[in-house]
Design a protein around this ligand. Sequence first.
Ligand code: M6R
Length: 609
Amino acid sequence: MCGIIGYLGAKRVVPVLLDGLKKLEYRGYDSAGIAVVEDSQLTVRRVKGKISLLEESIRSSPVDGKFGIGHTRWATHGSPSEENAHPHQDCTGSLVVVHNGIIENYLSLKKSLKEEGHKFLTETDTEVIVHLIEKYFQGRLEEATLKAVQELDGAFALAAISTQDPDKIVAAKMGPPIAVGLGDKEYFISSDINPILAYTRKIVFLEDEELAVIEPEGVSFKNFKGNKLKKTVDEITWSPLMIEKRGYKHFMLKEIFEQPQVVRDTLQGRISLERGKVLLEETGLSPQLLKAIKRMVIVACGTSYHAGLFGEYLLENLIQIPVEVEFSSEYRYRDFKVDEESLAVFISQSGETADTLAALRAVKERKGKSLAISNTVKSSIAREADGILYTHAGPEIGVAATKTFSAQMAALALLALYLAQLKRKIDKKATLTLIQELQRLPHKMEIILNAEKSLEKLAQSFLPYSHFLYLGRWISFPVALEGALKLKEISYIHAEAYPGGEMKHGPIALIDNQMPTLAVIPKDRVYEKMMSNISEVKTRNGHVLGVVFEDDEEIKDKVDEVIPIPVTDPLFTPFLTVLPLQLFAYYIATKRGADVDQPRNLAKSVTVE
Ligand code: M6R
């Protein structure tokens, strides 16, 4: 949801900003811009469209500077256009601001600033920030920024520079993330750590209501009251290589293929075969507290919500307590209750999704206990929840989530087994059987991925279709939802997912020979039921592609196309069944010429409501 970048150091600033923006482009890509300063000269360059167009513009008419800031936008207020692209300038043309978030009171601020004589040139909410800083500017950028942020309602991560207070970048955070990179006499600010990692692994994460002042002598930190802060420097272990495509055509394909390793990494160090146990003391929630939990709610959005549904089926099966799954955007506005014996689990790969963060805060206000499952170290959700269980998927750059889904399922499987152990709902032998199978999953996943070419061929033959139905029941229902979401978001094809048994209550009316059905049918407790549902589709001239166990001979006459997967425990089939659906969506989308890594209208990290 917009990416911001800033650099001050000995390097020429433009290549550093452009390189950083390319790594942040997954956060938004409808317009982009930079502002750089050299010898009191401020140059702003903005374009509508992707970073490649900004690069082209700079190539054909070069700009240069000693320090500067940049932005890649996902539009909220004001259409994607050059005028609305950041950085935005004040009336004097000497001050610029980039911003990620939404200023909720921008209309009233705009009105009063206009009355005071400020000239507005854009439809954005951001422009009020630059005029407010201008209003309070008396020579020191950080002081003006501190005064300006007191008047802002809403969410913001911002960075400002001015020719009137040169060699300085001021960044402030209230909501969306800001990381500050500490290099060797060079400093960076960025919406995430990816652009910084090529230069330094020493990172300071700003908290809400904090401000960083970057100068050639170093970086100082203050809170919004103006008090100086001493911040911890984190050493990040992610390698810059993790954010390269490494020979794959798209990040999405690379990330699909990384899934076996991601599952291994997420399980690593958390299971002991010798002791037949899951070891999950790391979360920060005490075993006594977890043992006493009698109800759970899982709160998440998008793909993380689908992982949550998988968690629901698994937790109910293994620990037999009520588990509900809620969309963050709905849950935060519900009149929900929490009590001593309930645990709320928040799943978010980015750890910054605004709705999930707000739902977490709503639970905390009611004094509820919370656990986060996140892929992003020190993200807002990871920091604010009472406990944290990290997934080890590495950075996910493709806007469509793939490997983080598998990592979230692995984390949920660990959590479910750990709770079952604590609550004595499972004995050592049964735990051992399940953890052994968990460890076998990555190899089984590799078998499916190695058959990639057959999925590509299948996708080719389904290119002409504009509507798809996805069916699954019980633990395969979340997989059907996730398969349909992947197809929708990267290929822009209409896809609906239903629990197989619900189809007869309406969606069956859609079935004809123009609407193929992808059915997820591993041999589990609902296998026979799914067979009946497929037969209902076939009777109405529907074409069925079945994701089935490789040893399932019976199914072969019942579906039109068989997509085989290795046999696994019924509780873990989603780790395998989701892979062909991801590949199917990927190939349909790429063959249609869609930009799978940056699908239209989307952004990776949704930090606005
Ligand atoms: O970072 P989060 O896991 O909180 O993100 C949640 C959703 O925004 C995300 O899963 C989104 O639905 C993706 N586009 C799915 O591919």
